[in-house]
Design a protein around this ligand. Structure first.
Ligand SMILES: Cc1cc2nc3c(=O)[nH]c(=O)nc-3n(C[C@H](O)[C@H](O)[C@H](O)COP(=O)(O)OP(=O)(O)OC[C@H]3O[C@@H](n4cnc5c(N)ncnc54)[C@H](O)[C@@H]3O)c2cc1C
Length: 415
C-alpha cells in the first residue's frame, strides 16, 4: 500500500513506524513542513498507560523513549499566602524535540521516507497514495479543505495560556498560583531534561489584559511573567519560542471535535481529529494511540472504508471519557477564583479532584499524606507499583533506570 502522512508530529511519525512494522512492503512517505529537528513546544508529560502501549506496539522505540524521559514523583501545589502542599502520583516527561527525533530515526531505520521542508498546500500534492493520513495538527489544512464533510466543531476556551520553557529545573510537577492586582495567574510546570522545564502560564482574559500582557511582545511578556513568578523561578529566565519569529505564543484553548474522520482515502489522526485540554496532558498520548488504532485497522484484510470506519469507532469510544475529563478540568481552571480562598489542603485537593470523580477516602488520604512520614510511605508504595508494572513490559533491558528498583523515593530521575 502507498501511504502518505501529512505532518511529522508524534501521530504521523508513530503511525509510519507501526504501519511499516506491520508490513515492510508498504511505501510510506511523511511530509513535514519544518526542517528536520525543528519544532515548537517544550516537554510533554505522559504516564505508565502510554508506556505500556508503546512497549506492546514497538519495544524498540518504546525503550528509547523510556530512557530519554524524566520521571517525577508527586505534584507540588504553591499558592500566594498558602503552605506548600503535595498530591500523590508520578509521571514522565520528555522534550517534544527528543520524542520526534526518536520517532523519526526509528521510521527512517524501517525504510520510511521523511520529506522535511515539504508543506502540503493542496491535497492533490499528496500524490497517488492509497491512503492519505491527515496528521497535520489542530489547524489541519487537509481537514479545512473538506471542512463541511468532516463536520469540525470548535469550542474556544475562555482563559489565555502560553507554552514557555525555563532553565529553572523544577523538583517535580508543580502548579503555582500567584495573586496580582489584576487577579490570579498560575503555571503548570515540570522538568523534562536535566536543565529545562516546561512552564505553561494560564489566566483569565481580564487578568491577562490587566497585567498588560495583551500589548507586550514575546520578550517583554516573558520579562513581565518573570517578575510575577520570581519566587518560583530561582532567578532563571522564561523563554517564548515565538520571540524568534515575531508575535507571542498566547492562545485560547480550542476544543476540536469532528463528526466524521474519513473522506474517501483521507483519514484524520491526532490533533487534526480531536484536541483535549493541556491541563490533563494527554494530547501526545492520544495522538500516538490513534496511530496504534489506525495501524491495527489498516493492517487487516478489510476493505479500506471498513478499516477506517473501525478505526474511527474504536478511537471515538476510547476518547469520550478523556474528553469529558479534559472539559471538566479546563472548566475548573476557568473557575479558579471560586476555589483559591480555600485553606491550602482543601485547595490542592479541589485541584486534584477537578474532574469530580474521587471517593471521600481520597480526601482523607490527601490530608494524611501532607506530613512527611505518610507522604514518604505513599511515594515508596507508588514507586514499587511502578517498578512492578515496568518489569512486565516486553523488551525492556534491565539497565533502564526507568525501572530501577525504588529505594528512597526519588525527586527526579533522568531515565
Ligand atoms: C500548551 C500545550 C501543552 C501541551 N502539553 C502536553 C503534554 O504535557 N502532554 C501531551 O501529551 N500533550 C501535550 N500537548 C498536546 C500535544 O502537543 C499535541 O496534542 C500533540 O503534539 C498532537 O500530535 P499530532 O502529531 O497530532 O500533531 P502535531 O504535534 O501538531 O504535529 C503536526 C505536524 O504537522 C506539521 N504540519 C502541519 N501542517 C502541515 C502541512 N500543511 N504540510 C506538512 N506538514 C504540516 C507540523 O509542522 C507538525 O510537525 C500540549 C499542547 C499544548 C498547546
Amino acid at each position: 500500500m502507498r501511504i502518505t502522512c501529512i505532518g511529522g508530529g508524534p501521530a504521523g511519525l508513530y503511525f509510519a513506524v507501526l504501519a511499516k512494522l506491520a508490513d515492510p512492503a508498504h511505501e510510506i512517505t511523511v511530509l513535514e513542513r519544518n526542517p528536520a529537528g525543528v519544532t515548537y513546544g517544550w516537554g510533554v508529560v505522559f504516564w505508565d498507560d502510554l508506556l505500556d502501549d508503546l512497549f506492546r506496539y514497538d519495544p524498540v522505540s518504546a525503550e528509547r523513549i523510556s530512557r530519554a524521559a524524566c520521571r517525577w514523583d508527586e505534584y507540588e501545589v504553591r499558592a500566594t499566602g498558602k503552605a506548600v502542599t503535595h498530591l500523590a502520583g508520578y509521571g514522565f516527561s520528555l522534550g517534544r524535540r527528543d520524542l520526534l527525533d526518536i520517532l523519526a530515526a526509528r521510521a527512517v531505520e524501517l525504510g520510511v521516507e521523511i520529506r522535511y521542508r515539504d508543506e502540503l498546500t493542496e491535497l492533490t500534492e499528496a500524490g497517488a497514495a492509497d491512503l492519505v493520513v491527515a496528521c497535520d495538527g489542530a489547524r489541519s489544512r487537509v481537514r479545512d479543505q473538506h471542512a463541511e464533510h468532516f463536520g469540525a466543531e470548535i469550542e474556544v476556551g475562555r482563559n489565555k495560556y502560553i507554552w514557555l520553557g525555563t532553565s529553572h529545573v523544577f523538583d517535580t510537577f508543580t502548579f503555582g498560583f500567584e495573586q496580582t492586582p489584576a487577579g490570579w495567574i498560575w503555571y503548570h510546570a515540570y522538568p523534562f531534561t536535566a536543565d529545562t522545564s516546561t512552564f505553561i502560564v494560564e489566566c483569565a482574559p481580564e487578568t491577562w489584559a490587566g497585567l498588560g500582557l495583551d500589548s507586550l511582545d514575546a520578550k517583554q511578556g516573558c520579562a513581565r511573567l518573570q517578575e510575577i513568578f520570581a519566587a518560583h523561578l530561582g532567578g532563571q529566565p522564561l523563554v517564548d519560542h515565538r520571540a524568534e519569529v515575531g508575535g507571542t505564543g498566547w492562545l485560547n484553548y480550542r476544543r476540536l471535535t469532528n463528526q466524521r474522520w474519513d473522506h474517501g482515502n483521507v483519514v484524520l489522526m491526532g490533533d487534526a481529529a480531536h484536541t483535549t485540554h493541556f491541563a490533563i496532558g494527554s494530547g501526545t498520548k492520544l495522538a500516538m494511540q490513534d496511530a496504534m488504532a489506525l495501524a491495527d485497522a489498516v493492517s487487516g484484510d478489510d476493505d479500506l472504508a471498513v478499516a477506517l470506519e473501525r478505526y474511527e469507532h474504536r478511537r471515538k469510544t476510547a476518547l469520550a471519557p478523556l474528553q469529558r475529563a479534559a472539559k471538566a478540568s479546563s472548566e475548573w481552571f476557568e473557575r479558579v477564583p471560586d476555589y483559591v480562598d480555600l485553606p491550602a489542603k482543601q485547595f490542592s485537593y479541589a485541584l486534584s479532584n477537578r474532574r469530580g470523580e474521587y471517593p471521600t477516602w481520597r480526601y482523607l488520604l490527601h490530608v494524611a499524606t501532607q506530613s512527611a512520614g505518610p507522604r514518604t510511605l505513599l511515594r515508596w508504595a507508588l514507586s514499587t507499583r511502578r517498578w512492578h508494572r515496568a518489569r512486565r513490559r516486553p523488551g525492556l533491558a534491565a539497565a533502564s533506570t526507568a525501572v530501577s528498583r525504588p529505594r528512597e523515593p526519588a525527586r527526579l530521575t533522568a531515565s
